[in-house]
Structure formats: structure tokens, C-alpha cells
Design a protein. Structure first.
Length: 260
């Protein structure tokens, strides 16, 4: 059955459950969102819908009505990256980061309202973070920490009080714990000149590891980091840690990253 047929009576939106949501989630996964297909239209599915709507030139309201359904039905299923083993459970924060992959800064004096809107979404879920992110008004300000904070907040995980300072994910995250090594979706924190960088572990090969995160060459993408670079691996407190450990994979589109 087409997605259009599934929404003929009523749109699918946040809070919906059932086989119609499952079909939607499978269609979104086919476009690269790779979220968990669990029949529940939660915040992660809404984020994936919004991202699809943006790429399709539609209003990003997170509601699957006739126009969004028709666009999903038209697009051919063509994952851009080699999929990971289906037995590896996707961490919810990684599902969100995958859904917002491709989001870019606006060159020059302009700003991408999507990136600025992440700060609003974080504060809406965690009002105590208003002082830490509410001031964010320009995407020329480094936003790797904002992207990870958005991914965690949408997944129900409280970020550090000042998440835009990347090193706070290592040094001041009361709701985070350190891992001995990476696992799929682990938060990698690295020092660099002038501050730090934070991204999510997506796997590795013999030459380095892959991080999916924001402000990587001015966008959310998959970038490659050398194994020799010091990194601290963090994980949301209370979230079960997948036993996948280090994941061998490839990302043909991964690039050497400029962390600014």
C-alpha cells in the first residue's frame, strides 16, 4: 500500500501508532533516515519527516499529509551509504543525527533557521538550558555542540548546561558517563585549537573512524578522524549501551573535516 493511501483518511503526526506509522518509518529509512521502525510516531520520526520535507521542498511541519505522502511514494529507495548490520540497534541520538544530516549553514550574513530552531527545541524540552543555548542567534557561531545537544534532547537525553562549548560534553555533563571505547552512537569529544569538537561515532576502518555531527565543514555530515587523535567517548547516563563495540564500516562520502 502507498503512503498516500495510508493517510487518505487522516494525516500521520506526532503521537500516532500502528502499521501506518511502521510503513512511514520504513519509507523514511529507505531515504536514509535509518531510524528504528517501531510503529510509534515519536520525536525522532517527526524529525526525520521534517528533514525529508525540507529536501522535498515542502513545509517542514512534521505532519505526513497528502503532499508529503505523495513525495515519499515518488522517491526511489536508494540508501546513500553502506548499511550497518541490522542486528546492531541504533542509539536514539544517532537516529536523530542521521535524520538531520545534510543541514548546512547559510553562507555570508544569513542564517539557516533550521539550525537556529534547534536551540528553541532544546529549551522547550529542558528549560534549565535556556541560559546555555537560548542566546544562540547566528550559525556562524560554532554549532557542533548544538547539533549533538539537539540530537540528545530530541531523544529524551538532557545535554550539559552549556552544550555549545564542546568540551563540556566531557568535563561538565552531569547526565553523561565515560566509556572505555566507542560504540555506535557514542559521543566523541576532542580538543582542538581554540576549543573542541563533538560528534557521534558511526564506525571505523583501518585508516580512521567516522563521526556524524554538525559544523563539520559547515554542515551535518559524516567526517573521518584519524585513530591517532585523542578522543574521550561519552554516553547518556541511564541509556543502555549497545554491545556492538567498534563497528567496521565504510562511508564513501566521508571527508576530512574542518571543524568550524
Amino acid at each position: 500500500m502507498t503512503i498516500a493511501a495510508l493517510v487518505a483518511r487522516a494525516p500521520l503526526r506526532l503521537g500516532a501508532k500502528g502499521d501506518g506509522v511502521l510503513a512511514l518509518q520504513i519509507a523514511l529509512r529507505a531515504q536514509g533516515a535509518q531510524l528504528v521502525a517501531d510503529k510509534v510516531f515519536g520525536p525522532i520520526t517527526k524529525t526525520a519527516v521534517e528533514q525529508f520535507q525540507r529536501t522535498a521542498g515542502l513545509k517542514p511541519d512534521g505532519i505526513v499529509g497528502p503532499l508529503t505522502a505523495a513525495a515519499l511514494d515518488r522517491v526511489k529507495a536508494a540508501p546513500a551509504e553502506k548499511p550497518l548490520a541490522s542486528s546492531i540497534k541504533i542509539a536514539p541520538q544517532l537516529s536523530v543525527m542521521r535524520a538531520i544530516t545534510g543541514t548546512k549553514e547559510v553562507a555570508g550574513k544569513g542564517n539557516n533557521p533550521v539550525i537556529l530552531g534547534w536551540a528553541t527545541e532544546i529549551v522547550a524540552r529542558y528549560p534549565s538550558l535556556k541560559a546555555g543555548v537560548g542566546w544562540y542567534v547566528a550559525d556562524e557561531t560554532p554549532w557542533c555542540g548544538l547539533a549533538v545537544a539537539y540530537a540528545c534532547a530530541m531523544a529524551g537525553q538532557k545535554p550539559p548546561e552549556a552544550p555549545l562549548w564542546a568540551l563540556n560534553w566531557r568535563d561538565a555533563w552531569r547526565d553523561g558517563v565515560r566509556l572505555q571505547g566507542p560504540t555506535l552512537g557514542a559521543i566523541g569529544v576532542m580538543s582542538r585549537s581554540g576549543g573542541g569538537h563533538v560528534t557521534l561515532y558511526e564506525g571505523e576502518d583501518s585508516a580512521g573512524w567516522f563521526g556524524r555531527g554538525g559544523n563539520q565543514s559547515d554542515q551535518v555530515n559524516v567526517a573521518k578522524f584519524p585513530h591517532s587523535r585523542p578522543v574521550t567517548w561519552m554516553w547518556p547516563k541511564g541509556l543502555p549501551v549497545p554491545n556492538a563495540g567498534r563497528v567496521k564500516t565504510t562511508f564513501a562520502a566521508a571527508m576530512s573535516v574542518r571543524e568550524a
